[in-house]
Design a protein around this ligand. Structure first.
Ligand code: KIV
Length: 273
């Protein structure tokens, strides 16, 4: 019989049970070292497909592949031990059929060890979400501004500004919650709609640009650390890492040029005989 791990990871079921309870805290992470820090304070870590834009400098998340998500998902699992790890399903890996979605979602769970996957989309994806959940795949939904649909949305636009848009968003969130998603990310949604959705569905809502009415919040780590060049209105910079990194890199460059780095403390010497 194997020994139990001393600390149990938070599960998708734990997150589902937090509806209307203590706020759910989450950030993205793509690397083992940042995952280790986020793990100390967050309930779940999202290995978001935003890694395509943040790590790789892509214009959108559309070109991100399943292999990229699996590689970074493994790194985040190695770096963390407490938080639930959720891995994004990239564009093209789940929309074609329920079978395609199950095949790729099961690869993500098996090859990373993560506890859940996230997929974008509302009413048209509900049947797929139900298919996966019934077969043992915990699914986090994502409605509102869905970045993988940037080419059909015509840009990254705030959702729910019109009465018609509000009805569609509510229908999307309800369909995904009823299909069995354990939580739903609401992205780029005006406050009254985010509030109405949060009050009317049983799955916890996780807001990003969707007001404090949600049951929890998520941000892209590099945005809140002040590492990204441009940050949208909904991001608060809790740090100014870009300045710190630039200062350190400039100091290193000037010491190398001046011949003061490496100094005596950084130099290996032969053993004294
Ligand atoms: O990819 C991502 O980082 C996300 C969050 C913005 C929710 O989906």
């Amino acid at each position: 019989m194997s020994l139990q791990a001393s600390q149990r990871r938070i599960t998708a079921v734990d997150i589902a049970g937090r509806k209307r309870g203590e706020k759910i805290v989450s950030l993205t992470a793509y690397h083992a070292h940042t995952a280790g820090i986020v793990d100390l304070y967050c309930d779940f870590i999202l290995v978001g497909d935003s890694l395509g834009m943040v790590m790789h400098g892509l214009e959108t998340t559309v070109p991100v592949t399943l292999e990229m998500m699996i590689l970074q998902g493994r790194a985040v699992m190695r770096g963390s031990s407490r938080a639930l790890v959720v891995v994004d399903m990239p564009f093209g890996s789940y929309e074609e059929s329920r079978e395609q979605a199950f095949r790729n979602a099961s690869r993500v769970l098996k090859e990373t060890g993560a506890g859940a996957i996230k997929m974008e989309g509302g009413v048209p994806m509900a049947e797929t979400v139900a298919f996966l959940v019934k077969r043992g795949v915990p699914v986090m939904g994502h409605v509102g501004l869905t970045p993988q649909a940037v080419n059909t949305m015509g840009g990254f636009r705030v959702q729910g500004r019109s009465g018609e848009g509000q009805k569609l968003l509510e229908a999307d969130a309800r369909a995904i919650a009823e299909a069995g998603a354990f939580a739903i990310v609401l992205e780029g949604i005006v406050e009254p709609v985010a509030r109405a959705i949060t009050e009317s569905i049983e799955a916890p809502t996780i807001g990003i640009g969707a007001s404090p009415a949600c049951d929890g919040q998520i941000l892209v780590l590099e945005d809140m650390l002040g590492l990204s060049d441009r940050v949208p209105k909904f991001v608060k910079r809790f740090g100014s890492l870009r300045e710190h990194i630039e200062e350190a890199v400039a100091a290193y460059a000037s010491e190398v040029r001046a011949g003061t780095f490496p100094g005596p403390e950084q130099v290996y010497q032969p053993k004294k005989s």
